[in-house]
Design a protein around this ligand. Sequence first.
Ligand code: TTP
Ligand code: MG
Length: 364
Amino acid sequence: MMRIIFHCDLDCFFAAVENLYNPQFKGLPVIVGANPKRGKGRGVVSTCSYEARAFGLRSGMPISKAFELCPHGIFLRPNFEKYSYVSKRVMKILKEYSDKFEKAGLDEAYLDVTDYCSDMNESRTLAKKIKERIFKEIGLTISIGCASTKSLAKIASDHKKPNGITIVPPKYRIQFLKNMDITRIPGIGRKSRIFYAKKGISTIGDLLSLSFEEIERLFGKNGLWAWKVSKGLDERKVQEKEGFNKSLSKERTFFSDTSDLNVLYSKLKELNDKIHEKLERKDVYYRTITLKIRFEGYLTQTRSQTLNFPSRNKKESFNILLKLLKKNKNPLKKVRLIGLKFSNFSRKVTKMQQSLTPFLTQTP
Ligand code: TTP
Ligand code: MG
């Protein structure tokens, strides 16, 4: 089945955060990075506002060069505490739009929204909604790319920066990619470009004109990756990483839509048991239990309950899942997919805390 994946990337992130805290800088060239010391400074530009980019400034450029091109710019040292605070608030909003979420950096994340949009047209409406919320609640603009794989979504989010939405339905993939420089492919940098250029390959279209065998012979592993990306064959899943997992989830699509409660219960039990085996292997405890139901048609709902204390008790979680299922089942609609997710992890739990888990709180 075709997947619908978003890559969301904030615009000139560090500089945009500086503007949030210093509205008087808005509309001016703001450069975050090393101290320019009136052109004698060492170090580089971390990022800069789009006004500064108009003077030719870029991330990674020597700060002395940036000063030469834009001496009247506002030069600031980075303040990571601020950036990570704002990043967390943005990520919290993004997470609300899919249970399949992956933070890929301070200012970027992937969302698999396959279960929340019936097609790529609907995904535009969703992308707009997300952008509006982030602008309203945080005050930042974000660019969103939407495609059937993570790498294509990433290329797409970069396509109409700043503040853009770019949707690449599979049938427009080649048209979208063919004239792009191959360095647009994540993992192909400037050094690779020289290597590819020597063999007559400079655009993604050039790459796509070669056969799989030719690519392997000329460019090895790196080439095969680039080819897979360009063909829309990157199969990497959207899933949370970072240290130990932030959540564990499982879901099943039924062969045919069902409203048979026994089928739903037994599938729920099976998935719940499987996840608990894994939680035990990983030795983690959760506080939040989420049930996901997708009905016939495309409506998908997720409902969560958060416990007061970390837990890893499959009977208790099964009961909670049943309760959530009963509450949210629509008697008029058959169920297409059922899923569960455990999150809000911690490593250890004391005996006393374990026995207190019946005290529950409900989250919307
Ligand atoms: P990016 O998303 O690559 O860049 P950006 O958000 O500044 O600009 P764009 O609108 O093109 O997305 O990186 C996110 C942040 O990471 C960026 O604000 C600063 C930091 N960064 C560096 O410190 N050094 C670098 O070379 C790059 C590329 C980014
Ligand atoms: Mg960015």
